[in-house]
Design a protein around this ligand. Structure first.
Ligand code: ZN
Length: 90
């Protein structure tokens, strides 16, 4: 018998506010081998990842960049990607 619980929802904690949310609601960011940071819309990019939740305060550029630097040890290049405040259905 498979032991997977059908109602199990994987969660990740936000790099900014540390609150856990369902993984599918989070924006994943990955530090690649060359030290660059990019957003990962597929959830499958290799590298060290961190997550940011949907809270607009957590997606404010200065706060998110600081949290990403703390979590990944690398700062996203200016303009490397955009984090939309409202890029998920409410
Ligand atoms: Zn957050």
């Amino acid at each position: 018998m498979p032991k997977r619980r059908p109602d199990h929802v994987p969660t990740r904690s936000c790099a900014v506010c540390r609150t856990s949310h369902p993984k599918r609601e989070m924006l994943r960011l990955v530090r690649a081998a060359d030290g660059s940071v990019d957003r990962d819309d597929t959830g499958r990019k290799p590298g060290r990842g961190t997550y940011i939740c949907q809270d607009p305060a957590c997606r404010e550029p200065a706060r998110s960049a600081a949290a990403i630097k703390r979590a990944l040890g690398a700062e996203p290049a200016p303009g490397a990607f955009e984090i939309e405040v409202n890029d998920a259905p409410a």
